[in-house]
Design a protein around this ligand. Sequence first.
Ligand SMILES: NC(=O)c1ccc[n+]([C@@H]2O[C@H](COP(=O)([O-])OP(=O)(O)OC[C@H]3O[C@@H](n4cnc5c(N)ncnc54)[C@H](OP(=O)(O)O)[C@@H]3O)[C@@H](O)[C@H]2O)c1
Length: 349
Amino acid sequence: MTADGAAASDGAETGDGAGTAAVTGATGFLGTHLCERLLENGWTVDGLCRPTSDRGGIDNGDDSNEQNGLEDVNWHVGDLFDRRTLESLVDGADAVFHLAGVGLWSATPDTVERVNRDGTAAVLRACRASDVGRLVFTSTAGTRRTNGTGTFADERDVAEPIGAYQRSKAAAEGLVDRYARTEGDAVTVHPTSIFGPGDGSFTAQLIAMGTEPTMPAYLPGGLSIVGVSDVVDGLLAAYRSGTSGEHYILGGENLTYDRAVSRISDNTGGSPARLPVPSAAIHAAGPVVEAVGTVTDRQVFPFDRQMARLATRRLFYTSQKAHEELGYEYEPLEAHLPETMSWYRHRRK
Ligand SMILES: NC(=O)c1ccc[n+]([C@@H]2O[C@H](COP(=O)([O-])OP(=O)(O)OC[C@H]3O[C@@H](n4cnc5c(N)ncnc54)[C@H](OP(=O)(O)O)[C@@H]3O)[C@@H](O)[C@H]2O)c1
């Protein structure tokens, strides 16, 4: 489907000029899918992983799929802050896909800032010191938001960041923009909420709301849901056709949670969550969490008053610019369900 809702083509990747790609975050949800596609398309792939990273790829339980795709990655073991490892990772790469990052559910605000902002600075330092082609940086659509009057946010709707995650990504975007202006070639993409096999957080929760009778409630508000294979298409298109210094939102269908949950349920024969969590309850949680954080000098939950308000809004996006300049298209939620459901069911066994 295109940004205006027209039907998408089959999404087949066309001639992305296979070369050498360096990928940070190669062991993560999006990174695994990107590496698999790059390898399928004939690229040489160098991936960054930590000693503790799971390099097993996505286990969807499909026995006919003999390997899960990451065996052919040339692994560089180290952290974003290991200068030598990063330089050896990116040197000679035609494309550097910088995906590594952390969110507030898995790390403290300080770590989020350090990994997302300072980690991006480290990648840029390595790019400057090495021979690299284009950097494609993965930020988030969360750094864009309408001011309340428009329905769909676009790349120009730069928002005041809310929370450490958005703040760190906005700061990283600034560093990448400066690199593109002064010394290198770099493009920034902004995925919305990514749905697909291998994602134990957002995807698993949304499917649970659509299929598990024990899930009593869904969230108010709405969001843009994009299939992981469409985001991979967008990353490759940004490398191939993006303009250095530019930003591209990679979104999908704009859906209320209610609608998304019903569509999953209709397609899978599940029992959807029937009652919305009242907005008031979510708004009320913000100040409580803030107060506990102030008293204990520690953030107990990864949200505050502003983030609680944000959670109940309709955060809708247009990918029109990516469509026009990159040829980006996305498919509806149903197109991503069979593979994702197969992974989800296997994971629950
Ligand atoms: N998922 C979404 O809905 C979504 C939406 C918008 C933007 N994004 C952005 O897209 C990117 C990929 O997201 P994802 O969902 O794939 O995340 P993910 O599954 O949590 O993967 C994160 C990756 O970053 C690596 N990493 C974290 N800290 C690191 C460090 N200090 N040094 C080296 N590597 C480190 C992780 O390595 P380990 O395997 O060792 O943990 C992992 O490979 C992130 O930048 C995220 O902010 C995601």
